[in-house]
Design a protein around this ligand. Structure first.
Ligand code: 5GP
Length: 207
């Protein structure tokens, strides 16, 4: 489909273990033009994670240096590691009219909304908060202590739901439903009048 107007900035947030990565991967498989904003982190790569694709993995000194140089739109310490949204790549992509998706934690999402009020903020949750624990344990990438900390953070993050634009539920084993919801949100957001280019409006208003 021809783009109707300027690119969308889609922010998928919500607690760790809600399934943000799986959801984004599913939607990007269907909508290959949706670009992913690769964050920078000081966390160690998990097995299978590739530098420049899942994250840009850097040490703390490099992160500090980049932050001091104004490289990030927002940064956040999460569970002992730093995460940041690179500013340049985002500005370039949006400037070129590309649709772009990112997955910061909740505070990062709200910071992005302050910088880009037109961003579409999606809060992703499991059906039950107790599913988070199971998912985090099942992926076996964190120690029990880290899982407990992530759950603690999740409880705090839930308080911010009302500051988001959309709530998407990701039911256990039925993530295709969440992917459909997200695709519907993207479709509807693209049709909002304020995003539609003047050229299209002129075309449809002239006899
Ligand atoms: P993980 O270590 O599981 O990849 O990420 C931990 C948390 O940091 C997740 O909630 C993830 O969404 C969030 N996160 C990833 N990148 C960024 C970022 O650039 N900024 C912020 N604020 N959070 C991020």
């Amino acid at each position: 489909m021809t783009p109707l107007g300027p690119g969308l900035l889609v922010v998928v947030s919500g607690p760790s273990g809600a399934g943000k990565d799986t959801l984004i991967a599913a939607v990007r498989a269907e909508h290959p033009h949706l670009r992913y904003s690769v964050s920078t982190t000081t966390r160690e790569p998990r097995p299978g994670e590739r530098d420049g694709e899942h994250y840009r993995f850097v040490d703390r000194t490099a992160f500090e240096h980049a932050r001091a140089g104004g490289a990030f739109l927002e940064t956040r310490e999460y569970n002992g590691n730093w995460y940041g949204t690179p500013r340049d790549a985002l500005e370039l992509a949006l400037g070129a009219g590309d649709d772009i998706v990112m997955k910061p934690e909740v505070n990062g999402a709200l910071a992005v909304k302050r910088a880009y009020p037109d961003a579409v903020l999606i809060f992703l949750v499991p059906e039950r908060l107790s599913d988070l624990r199971e998912r985090l344990l099942a992926r076996r990438t964190e120690t029990n202590e880290e899982v407990a900390e992530r759950l603690e953070i999740a409880h705090r993050e839930m308080r911010f739901i009302r500051e988001f634009d959309y709530l998407v539920v990701n039911p256990q084993g039925r993530s295709a439903e969440a992917a459909r919801d997200l695709a519907a949100i993207l479709r509807a957001e693209r049709l909002r009048i304020h995003r539609i280019g003047d050229g299209v409006i002129e075309r449809v208003t002239h006899a």
